[in-house]
Design a protein around this ligand. Structure first.
Ligand code: GDP
Ligand code: MG
Length: 457
């Protein structure tokens, strides 16, 4: 899979002290192969690798990350940007109802999505209604009614008598075999929504098994007639390379405002997602992840990128660490960790300040092997306590800060008085300091974990 291949690529980089141009080139070659392997369209692969190369060779080097981490971060950032950057959801009409039209091939998952979207909208406090404008197949209306019932959302469908199976001369003209006029039904559905105060209308339309001019014309005609606020192009994430052609055909034929990736629960490799968003320049807005009405998600480019990279938490970890640390400061700290006697109360203070900044890492540290102790440190750290610790350290003489073992009873009493705390607190601090010394020495000896600045890796 794409994830596996990229992970292997990054493994090769791990442990490199510096990134040479040939490292960058061979990494980019690997990334290119991995993307092509995952059915990402060639122009997208080219754009992507060019972006990564430029940034990897450019001046954008981070002080806090080692070269392999930098490349991972760059690849992640480029993925997010190619997937559309920001998360985007429905833009609601100023004057309700907001009309959302669904378009896509037959079997793409439109009708299923209609139910999911309605359910999700209802959950957000909206009052959606579904409109059955797929009148191509007799059972399409019934299917939408079943979907609407599951979602607990009303369905507007043509009068049963009208779905009699005549050859309608519909908007597509020339005797399309149809069970009614999708435009008339859509208009009536929107009118009903207005009267019954439904604030969102979801119009389910017909698809064909393959792109054809007739289908495009029908969809384009519906769009022109009802002027929807959003046109969502639903595409099966499993169709691989064909996704690009299909998306382009729909963009030219109907145009759409957003993309929905369906069947992401399957074995989809992310290639289609990458290609469609990038080639059409339209954001992926939702993901459909199963047959159930709740199998639906707002699409987050950053999460998809992590999913593709298969290293979500590690990336977040790197990012937060990058914010909290400066690499040179971290290296100085690490040098001191290696020599216990060098580790002073001043270092202890800066270490705590860094830990404080890394507060958001707690849950992740807990999940990482060997980081339990650091999580415990963070658990024990509340901001007020940090202020008290700082006050105590400030009440120490320079000699005391570098010779913690020499801090006897009378010195402790003086520090307590100077910082306005109980002697027992000074005792606790000294104990904690000794623990921190031990822990740091242990981490330094144990080789630390890759990805944590300030520790060998
Ligand atoms: P439409 O022709 O575009 O309306 O597609 P449908 O909504 O009828 O879906 C076609 C088939 O795909 C149905 O069997 C659905 O149950 C299935 N399907 C739709 N969305 C998903 C999905 O997200 N995951 C999975 N596993 N199946 C889906
Ligand atoms: Mg359908």
């Amino acid at each position: 899979s794409l994830s596996d291949r990229l992970t292997a690529t990054f493994k090769n980089l791990r442990g490199k002290g510096r990134l040479t141009e040939s490292d960058v080139n061979s990494t980019i070659r690997d990334i290119r192969l991995a993307l092509l392997d995952a059915d990402v369209a060639l122009p997208v692969v080219k754009q992507f690798t060019a972006g990564v190369r430029e940034r990897a060779l450019g001046a954008e080097v981070s002080q806090a990350l080692n070269p392999a981490q930098q490349v991972v971060k760059i690849v992640n950032d480029e993925l997010v940007s190619i997937l559309g950057g920001e998360t985007r959801t429905i833009q609601y009409a100023k004057n309700p109802p907001t009309v959302i039209m669904l378009a896509g091939l037959q079997g793409a998952g439109k009708t299923t999505l209609a139910g999911k979207l309605a359910y999700w909208l209802k959950d957000q406090g909206h009052t959606p209604i579904l409109v059955a404008a797929d009148l191509q197949r007799p059972n399409a209306v019934t299917q939408l009614e079943v979907v609407g019932e599951r979602a607990g959302v009303p369905v507007f469908a043509p009068e049963r008598g009208n779905i009699g199976g005549h050859d309608a001369v519909g908007p597509t003209g020339e005797g399309t075999r149809s069970f009614g006029d999708p435009i008339a039904v859509s208009r009536a559905g929107i009118e009903q929504a207005r009267q019954k105060q439904h604030d969102v209308v979801i119009v389910d339309t017909a698809g064909r098994l393959a792109v054809d001019a007739d289908l495009m014309q029908q969809a384009a005609n519906i769009r022109a007639a009802i002027q929807p606020d959003e046109v969502l192009f639903v595409i099966d994430a499993m169709i691989g390379q064909a996704a690009v052609e299909t998306a382009q055909a729909f963009q030219e034929g109907v145009d759409f405002t957003g993309v929905v990736l369906s069947k992401l629960d399957g074995d989809a490799r992310g290639g289609a997602a990458l290609s469609v968003a990038s080639i059409t320049g339209r954001p992926i807005m939702f993901a459909s992840t199963g047959e159930n009405v709740k199998d639906f998600e707002v699409f987050h480019p950053d999460r998809m990128a992590s999913r593709i990279l298969d290293m979500g938490d590690v990336l977040t970890l790197i990012e937060q660490a990058e914010r909290a640390f400066d690499r040179s400061q971290a290296e100085e700290m690490q040098r001191k960790f290696l020599a216990e006697e060098d580790f002073t109360f001043d270092d202890f203070l800066s270490q705590m300040a860094a830990l404080k900044k890394m507060g958001g890492l707690k849950s992740m540290l807990g999940m990482m092997p060997g980081m339990g102790q650091m999580k415990a440190q963070l658990d024990n750290l509340d901001p007020k306590e940090f202020d008290r610790i700082e006050a105590m350290v400030r009440s120490m003489t320079p000699f005391e800060r570098t010779h913690s073992k020499q801090i006897n009873g009378s010195r402790r009493a003086r520090i307590a008085k100077g910082s306005g705390v109980q002697v027992s607190e000074v005792n606790a601090l000294l104990e904690r300091f000794t623990e921190a010394q031990k822990m740091m020495k242990q981490l330094a000896r144990g080789g630390g974990i890759p990805g944590m600045p300030g520790m060998p890796g």
